[in-house]
Write a protein that binds this ligand. Structure first.
Ligand SMILES: NC(=O)c1ccc[n+]([C@@H]2O[C@H](COP(=O)([O-])OP(=O)(O)OC[C@H]3O[C@@H](n4cnc5c(N)ncnc54)[C@H](OP(=O)(O)O)[C@@H]3O)[C@@H](O)[C@H]2O)c1
Length: 371
């Protein structure tokens, strides 16, 4: 049997209603997902394969979640999608799901192909739907063609019910008038703490040591990751927004953009005067600095540093919290606000698990509702 061909199991021959799952990525989020699946697998879900960037381990009869990672290390086969999909095909479940818990562009480019062939995809990886509009549409069209489901809850706000809420409002005919918020846990932490008592570079080093930033913090400071989340949200609210239409303020000074990661860390003190001047200007007007993403009813989108009043909801955030404030035709006088931890393996893995569980009922709002 070709691994490319998906077995169509006649409903009559299905002996149970279990969902077969392959998990790509066994890092912070993928590892936590395996833990949340439980030692014998959660009721109704059977793990049939796991993979990291170098190896994979799969068996159509199911793997024990507790031992799967050890066996990946000790008995792992070379990485090859076809073998993972063959194990999914061999498992005659009601749904066959690929969970992408990687940050890999390579796996993201394969989401559409998997969907088109009838596999459901549940992802924390934003790369397939957070960049060019054409890519987003390809994923949407592939899900329609394959009669499959794309679970993307974990791509924005980690475990917060952000996309589901937006789609629910949009599906009920509500109209998004404005969206504003703090979409990055690391940038939230940095500006919640930056009050001028410590240099910005010292806070950046501390945030990196806590694991709040990417290993190279420029990935956060560039604003690109926040812009991807804004694009995913905008599209879910019906705005056909393309990547080049988001105005992004890159907080990394031009002189530090081309340095390698080690050189950037050594020269991070060059950020201090830049941010001190921004903070002093804000404080002189009685304001604080916050990293905000904004979208208006016309699709104007911006990501960058803003001065806000002390009474602004973003000024009152703490820790790594995310904030999403939605002003809609029906939430016009006071925005609907969703706030809470916007990063962390536990809440992100939980969002993945919830999307897998929702597949049993086919209740994930499909991408088809939007753009
Ligand atoms: N951590 C969070 O709080 C958080 C919150 C929201 C969203 N996310 C998103 O969740 C995803 C995973 O984040 P993470 O923190 O778990 O990252 P991580 O700890 O770096 O783990 C990434 C995993 O992906 C694996 N991988 C890379 N390329 C692969 C491929 N081609 N096939 C199979 N596996 C591959 C890596 O394998 P190796 O071990 O071999 O390198 C590693 O196991 C990212 O897209 C991230 O943006 C994370």
């Amino acid at each position: 049997m070709s691994a490319d061909a998906k077995v169509i199991v006649h409903p009559h021959f299905r002996t149970h209603d279990r969902i077969g799952v392959v998990v790509l990525g066994t890092g912070a989020v993928g590892g936590e997902l395996l833990r949340q699946l439980g030692p014998a697998g959660r009721a109704g879900i059977t793990l049939v394969g796991i993979a990291n960037s170098r190896a994979q381990h799969a068996y159509h009869g199911g793997l024990g979640t507790a031992t799967a990672r050890e066996r990946l290390v000790s008995h792992g086969d070379p990485r090859d999608d076809a073998g993972l999909l063959a194990a999914l095909n061999g498992f005659e479940g009601v749904r066959q799901v690929v969970v992408d818990a990687t940050a890999s562009d390579g796996t993201a480019t394969r989401h559409a192909s998997w969907l088109r062939r009838g596999y459901d995809v549940v992802t924390a990886n934003k790369a397939a739907i957070g960049r060019a509009l054409a890519d987003w549409r390809e994923v949407r069209d592939a899900a329609r063609a394959g009669n499959s489901v794309y679970g993307d809850s974990a791509t924005v706000g980690a475990g917060l019910p952000m996309l589901s809420t937006l789609r629910r409002l949009h599906g009920c005919g509500d109209r998004l008038l404005a969206l504003e918020g703090v979409f990055s846990g690391s940038l939230s932490w940095l500006f919640n703490h930056y009050d001028g008592t410590r240099p910005f570079s010292a806070l950046l080093a501390e945030a990196r040591a806590w694991g709040y930033t990417e290993p190279d913090p420029r990935a956060d400071l560039s604003g690109a990751d926040v812009a991807r989340k804004l694009l995913i949200l905008a599209r879910s609210a019906g705005h056909a927004l393309d990547a080049h239409e988001v105005e992004i303020e890159n907080l990394v000074p031009a002189a530090l953009r081309c340095a390698d990661a080690q050189e950037f860390r050594a020269r991070a003190h060059e950020l201090d005067d830049v941010f001190a001047a921004r903070l002093a200007a804000a404080q002189s007007r009685g304001k604080v600095l916050r990293h905000l993403a904004r979208l208006d009813a016309h699709g104007n989108a911006r990501v960058g540093l803003c001065e806000v009043d002390a009474a602004h909801p973003a000024a009152r955030l703490s820790g790594c919290d995310n904030l999403f404030a939605l002003t809609t035709a029906r939430y016009r006088t006071r925005p609907l606000v969703i706030q809470g931890a916007g990063a962390g393996p536990e809440v992100t893995a939980q969002a993945l698990l919830a999307d897998v569980l929702a597949l049993r009922e086919r209740i994930i709002a499909p991408l088809a509702l939007a753009v």
